[in-house]
Every structure is written in structure tokens, then in C-alpha cells.
Design a binder for this molecule. Structure first.
Ligand code: HEM
Length: 195
């Protein structure tokens, strides 16, 4: 099995748990409210801010990843500003001792999460309470027409990794999903910026 196939299989249960934790039921029924939407955006910002910072510290390993074309924090910051919501505290501890190979496992989680974005945007738009807030929503539009190309380019990076590193990449991806759970549970949904 390729490392990409193993990642999909060996994180499938964690993906399901993550979806369920991150309000999938309210989302799918078109009942997500603005407080929950803010909570999601703030949790995503915490994860991506920590990951982007860690990847920036390993420019040689991540050269072909083209991080500047994949940054999600500017999108999340624009969306949170639109909602007049503050940014959470950063979590510099999150990826502190992660090697570049470990970070690739975390990047799999971050990049993969973009694949579901289109479906999530559709569900968000089903919620009458959210509709007025989504005109300029950016994060869940993700990479748009570039999504498939970006996912394939990321797959090529995975395919270039040594077999001896595959177990580490998978374990790191599993840890990154669990980090998402931890972030979500510890992020306040409705901390408002002071006007
Ligand atoms: C309710 C929220 C979510 C929905 C509806 C959803 C849905 C999806 C869908 C439909 C795909 C497959 C896309 C395709 O094969 O073209 C996918 C893939 C993926 N999602 Fe999600 N997702 C959600 C949340 C998340 C979150 C929060 C994360 C990360 C923490 C995540 C990580 C991933 C990963 C890593 C993949 C790639 C799986 C693979 O290797 O093919 N997803 N998601």
C-alpha cells in the first residue's frame, strides 16, 4: 500500500470522530448557528497558525510544498474579522518537537481538510442564521478550482518519502487529528473582539 492509501485507511476512524465532534450533525441538518461557526473558524485558525509556523521553520524540506500558495490563516483571519470575532491565543507548543517528516503527517490533515470544504460550505449555506454572514466567507471556499491540482501535488510529496518514514508520517497524522480534538475542546466559541 502507498503511504497515501495507508493514511486514508489508518485515519478513517479519526476523520469520522473529528467530523462528529466538529458539529457535523448540526451542519448537515442546516442548523449550525453563528456561535458554532465562530467556534469552528477559531479552532481551525489555532491549528493552521501553529502548523504554518512550524513549516516556515523547515523551508528546505517543504520547498515543493509551496506553503505560500497553501496558507489558510489569512482566510481565517478575514472570516473572523468579518464576524467581529477575536483570534484565539496561539499554541506554540503544538508542533514544537515535530520533525519535518512528522509535520508532513500534520500537513496531510490540514490539506485533506480542504477536500471536505466544498461540502461544508454547502451545509453552511443551508443554515438560515448563517446565510447573511457568508457573502465573503473565504476559508470554506478553500482552493476552489485548484483543489485537485493542489491535492495531487501534495500526493507527489508523500509518494517521494522513504518507506522507512511511512509509519512516522501516519502516526503524526493520527496525532494531528487528536490535536484538532484538543484544540476544539479548549477553544471558546464566542469570544468577541472589543469594538
Ligand atoms: C463536517 C466536516 C467535514 C466533512 C463533511 C468532510 C468531508 C470530507 C470528504 C467528502 C472528503 C473526501 C474528498 C474526496 O475524496 O474528494 C474528505 C477528506 C479528508 N478530510 Fe474531511 N471532512 C470534514 C472535516 C474534516 C476535518 C475537520 C479534517 C481535519 C481535521 C478533515 C480531514 C480530511 C482528510 C485528511 C481527508 C483526506 C482523506 C484521504 O486521504 O483521501 N476533514 N473529507
Amino acid at each position: 500500500m502507498t503511504v497515501a492509501e495507508r493514511l486514508r485507511h489508518e485515519t478513517r476512524a479519526l476523520h469520522e470522530q473529528t467530523e462528529a465532534l466538529l458539529y457535523a450533525e448540526s451542519l448537515r441538518s442546516g442548523a449550525l448557528n453563528p456561535e458554532q461557526y465562530r467556534h469552528l473558524l477559531r479552532a481551525h485558525w489555532t491549528f493552521h497558525q501553529a502548523l504554518e509556523t512550524a513549516i516556515d521553520q523547515n523551508p528546505a524540506f517543504f520547498q515543493s510544498y509551496d506553503q505560500d500558495d497553501r496558507r489558510k490563516t489569512p482566510w481565517l483571519e478575514a472570516d473572523l474579522a468579518e464576524l467581529n470575532a477575536s483570534l484565539p491565543d496561539t499554541r506554540p507548543d503544538l508542533f514544537r518537537h515535530w520533525s519535518p517528516v512528522d509535520l508532513l503527517g500534520a500537513a496531510y490533515v490540514g490539506e485533506g481538510s480542504m477536500l471536505g470544504g466544498k461540502a461544508v460550505m454547502h451545509y453552511l449555506q443551508k443554515s438560515p442564521e448563517l446565510q447573511p454572514l457568508l457573502a465573503n466567507a473565504r476559508f470554506y471556499r478553500g482552493y476552489g478550482v485548484e483543489a485537485l491540482n493542489k491535492w495531487k501535488a501534495f500526493g507527489a510529496i508523500l509518494a517521494a518519502q522513504k518507506e522507512a518514514d511511512h509509519d512516522r508520517i501516519i502516526e503524526a497524522a493520527q496525532q494531528a487529528f487528536l490535536a484538532y480534538h484538543d484544540i476544539f475542546r479548549h477553544t471558546q466559541p464566542q469570544h468577541q473582539a472589543v469594538a
